[in-house]
Design a protein around this ligand. Structure first.
Ligand SMILES: Cc1ncc(COP(=O)(O)O)c(C=O)c1O
Length: 420
């Protein structure tokens, strides 16, 4: 059998300067005797045993179980049932949107929106290079060409001025990503897009409940997409949604999600459709989570403030941005480690891992991904590269306690006192 081969290029083969930017291998994570005991429902650890503080975990403390039991009791476990519609309506409502189309995950939500817009080979879609791989993959699935832009240093989001430079006659869509919960400066972006007749689909996978100038993320572009993966501010285990105020776009997304079954007769298909449906079980969890969304965002914002206050006097740690126009949801509490800190980002992560604290490096930009390396060879995006080299995020779950944040920040301070 002949199988697909990976693109097996190493950071070193990309060049010495690029190898320095790409994070080292993951540090081994140790359980800690000194980490604060788990105050929430312990999932896989006894409450008083040594533990690790995970980088993220879901918070399932609402009506998830009741709603799930209703699915089982009533036999509605597949992709029809009351929770699908109720979750779509409740979540769309939270986004100040008229329509929500639930689907299997955040990646296919992007693909669904692009497919409904008829994007395909020969079209160009502008995206930030500093994003998670799903954004670019969804573009690649359509056959369109992804065009990259750098981040702005102030917010870590895509640089709108660079978007203007990358627009061509082939540009059909721009996908701004609200990175780590910080809304993109959407007004100038929409003005630019409208001037050129280009569609804007927000990739809001990381920004549920976020705000831009008192407007909700998810309602700021022509459409938006969300992920409900387990580490997101609210989760359905796996899941996604397209939100929009455009009735025609919503209708087509709904149809394409379900194999594009035709209204006139069954098993009759006029579009290339997909099975991107969500189950009633997932939507049951999603509805309960949506009911708790405001609390989850408030918890993440409270935790972010605690982190920022406790890290304020640590030289060389740059805490995350919040521009005046936005209410950051701090999906992940990310920081940059500058030279003044005294040890590198990777060394600090190793130290934290030895104390039972799990962290994650920031995204590796798309132009350095082995799978896209040839397509963007020679292109450089210095802000994204600096974020990749220096950035990591701390444990960020909504359920994180004040004691845990104190433990994590004091470990950071101890690390800063060590000269490696
Ligand atoms: C910016 C961004 N877009 C898309 C996705 C894809 O979502 P999913 O994992 O649900 O497919 C993610 C996932 O974390 C993401 O961070």
């Amino acid at each position: 059998m002949k199988l697909l081969k990976p693109i097996d290029i190493t950071p070193d083969e990309m060049g010495e300067d690029i190898a320095k930017i790409i994070p080292g291998t993951e540090p081994p994570l140790h359980v800690s005797n000194t980490a604060p005991p788990v105050s929430r429902i312990p999932i896989h650890q006894d409450s008083d045993s040594p533990r690790i503080i995970p980088v993220c975990e879901p918070t399932l403390t609402g009506k998830e179980k009741d709603y799930l039991m209703e699915c089982i009791d009533t036999n509605w476990i597949s992709s029809a049932g009351r929770f699908i519609t109720e979750f779509e309506n409740a979540f769309a409502n939270k986004c100040h949107c008229q329509h929500g189309i639930a689907c299997s995950n955040g990646t296919v939500a992007i693909h669904l929106a692009l497919a409904a817009l008829g994007i395909g080979a020969g079209d160009e879609v502008i995206i930030p290079t500093f994003t998670m791989i799903a954004t670019i993959n969804a573009v690649a699935y359509t056959g369109a060409t992804p065009v990259l832009v750098d981040s702005e240093p102030k917010t870590w989001n895509m640089d709108i001025n660079q978007v203007a430079d990358k627009i061509s006659s082939k540009t059909k869509v721009i996908i701004p990503v609200h990175t780590y919960g910080h809304a993109v400066d959407m007004d100038p972006l929409m003005e630019l897009a409208d001037k050129h007749g280009i569609c804007v689909i927000e990739d809001a996978a990381e920004a549920h409940g976020g705000e831009y100038k008192n407007r909700r993320v998810g309602s700021l572009g022509h459409g938006a997409t969300f992920s409900f993966y387990a580490n997101k501010n609210i989760t359905t285990g796996e899941g996604g949604m397209v939100t929009t105020n455009h009735a025609e776009l919503a209708k087509l997304c709904r149809n394409l999600r379900d194999h594009a079954f035709s209204e006139e007769r069954h098993f009759w298909h006029k579009y290339l459709g997909y099975n991107y449906r969500m189950t009633n079980l997932q939507a049951a969890v999603g509805l309960a989570q949506t009911e708790a969304l405001d609390d989850m965002v408030a918890a993440r914002r409270r935790n972010a403030k605690l982190y920022t206050d406790m890290l304020a006097d640590v030289a060389g740690i740059i805490t995350p941005p919040e521009a005046h126009y936005c209410k950051n949801t701090y999906w992940m509490y990310g920081v940059l480690v500058n030279d003044e800190f005294g040890m590198s980002r990777d060394e600090l992560r190793r130290f934290l891992a030895s104390e039972g604290i799990e962290t994650r490096t920031f995204f590796i930009p798309m132009h350095f991904q082995p799978i896209y390396y040839q397509a963007f060879k020679g292109q450089r995006y210095h802000v994204a590269e600096n974020l990749c080299r220096r950035g990591f995020y701390y444990p960020s779950a909504s359920s994180l306690t004040q004691n845990e944040i104190r433990y994590i920040t004091s470990a950071t301070k101890r690390a800063s006192a060590i000269n490696p």
